[in-house]
Write a protein that binds this ligand. Structure first.
Ligand SMILES: Nc1ncnc2c1ncn2[C@@H]1O[C@H](COP(=O)(O)OP(=O)(O)O)[C@@H](O)[C@H]1O
Ligand SMILES: O=C(OP(=O)(O)O)[C@H](O)COP(=O)(O)O
Length: 403
């Protein structure tokens, strides 16, 4: 059922959004794409006379607990995003410091049609990531209607993205406008993409994404690997990776992937050089070294110039391009050069070669915005892992639950 088919007038509508946005040290939103893209659904619901209850996760609070084992509420509260959200929806947003329970119920009871309430981070509850029934029931009790517009989290079978939908009848649940647009954006890559197809994968979520790469072998002609992902491959091939971010238990997976790629005729392109730093800061001393020769005191923070040249040549030949995951720590200007150069190469292939280019992922979108090239690619997706899994041919849990 589409959003416009729902009867929402005078109803309380629970909307799962993905407001997992990057925040700086002052808690300012540094890239508001996910908020901007969720706004049309929220505004439509308000115009129809609904009271809107928003819920989202932010980061991974249970994986980064404080020393005393408690949740770091200064780091993971959704409250700091409110000013940005208010700018986009054009009205005040109230906030409750819980996702379910008495405080949330009271805040919802006070909510009038045309008003918005934001619930606190869904991941403060252990049950969220387990898809817990009781937690989902607590969420469902707050509303008459459920809308899922959190494409970026649609690959997670969590209480707020999947389980909760099952507490609503078919005429009480729908996708939001962003979710619909994302599915359309993926369509062109899913259905007979023009070849060669090149997937560019980088970023930091190595264990999340390394298994997805195997599925991409069926889909892509070329896979370019950069970011932290590349060091796990380098280590697997016997290279020295110093202090670089690696996942040692994934080296066998990496080697198997290289073998399978060869058997399937998919070309894997790994960096041949890397920019290293002494520590994880912009001002740290830096150097460029051959891949696999990183000294013990150094960590890889960007791809090097020779890799940029080789990757750009592959991108220039491509007719369909999927990119998730920055090539380096682009948040630090000294290590953003590789990511910016690849962004330029993707924009150029789109313009000169008529390639269809899709870029997805919270940080990847932030990187393309930072490079000033978001308008020069074909489609900017709010999902990274979600988009990769969709293109893998999976029905995402967040989508299945609505359907
Ligand atoms: N070599 C590297 N070492 C450490 N972190 C890296 C490296 N390269 C990229 N990153 C980090 O990866 C993060 C993005 O990863 P990820 O979450 O997988 O991407 P997305 O949000 O686009 O899906 C960025 O914050 C970036 O700084
Ligand atoms: O940022 C997200 O994913 P992405 O990094 O793949 O774009 C989503 O909000 C999902 O977050 P998660 O990977 O912690 O489940």
């Amino acid at each position: 059922m589409g959003l416009k088919d729902l009867n929402v007038s005078g109803k309380k509508v629970l909307v799962r959004v993905d407001f997992n946005v990057p925040l700086d040290a002052d808690k300012k939103v540094t890239d508001d794409t996910r908020i901007a893209k969720a706004a049309p659904t929220i505004k439509y619901l308000l115009e129809q006379g609904a009271a809107v209850i928003l819920m989202s996760h932010l980061g991974r609070p249970l994986k980064e607990l404080k020393a005393d084992g408690s949740i770091d509420k200064d780091a993971f509260s959704l409250a700091p995003i409110i000013p940005t959200l208010e700018d986009y929806v054009g009205c005040q947003v109230s906030f409750v410091e819980d996702t379910i329970g008495e405080a949330a119920k009271a805040a919802v009871a006070a909510l009038e049609p045309g008003q918005i309430l934001l619930l606190e981070n869904t991941r403060y509850y252990k049950g969220e990531e387990k898809g817990d029934q009781d937690l989902a029931k607590g969420m469902a009790e707050l509303a008459d209607v459920y809308v899922n517009d959190a494409f970026g989290a649609a690959h997670r079978e969590h209480a707020s993205t999947a389980t909760v939908a099952r507490f609503f009848d078919a005429h009480e649940r729908a996708f939001g406008f962003l979710m619909e647009a994302e599915l359309e954006g993926a369509e062109r890559l899913l259905n007979n993409p023009e070849r060669p197809v090149t997937a560019i994968v980088g970023g930091a979520k190595v264990s999340d994404k390394i298994l997805l790469l195997e599925k991409l072998l069926d889909f892509a002609d070329n896979i370019i690997i950069g970011g932290a992902m590349a060091y796990t491959f380098s280590l697997a091939q016997g290279g020295k990776v110093g202090k670089s971010l690696v996942e040692r238990d994934k080296t066998d997976t990496a080697l198997e992937l290289l073998k399978k790629a060869e058997a399937k005729g998919t070309k894997i392109h790994l960096p041949v050089d890397t920019v290293v730093g002494k520590d994880f800061s912009n001002e740290t001393p830096r150097d460029t070294v051959a891949a696999g020769t990183i000294g013990d005191e150094w960590e890889g923070l960007d791809i090097g110039p020779e890799s940029v040249e080789r990757f750009s040549a592959v991108i220039a030949q491509s007719k369909s391009i999927l990119w998730n995951g920055p090539m380096g720590v682009f948040e630090m200007p000294n290590f953003a050069i590789g990511t910016n150069a690849i962004a330029k190469a993707v924009a150029k292939a789109t313009k000169d070669n008529g390639a269809y280019s899709l870029i997805g992922g919270g940080d990847s979108v932030s990187a393309i915005n930072q490079a000033g090239l978001a308008d020069e690619v074909s489609f900017v997706s709010t999902g990274g892992g979600a988009m990769l899994e969709l293109l893998e041919g999976k029905e995402l849990p967040g989508i299945a639950a609505i359907r």
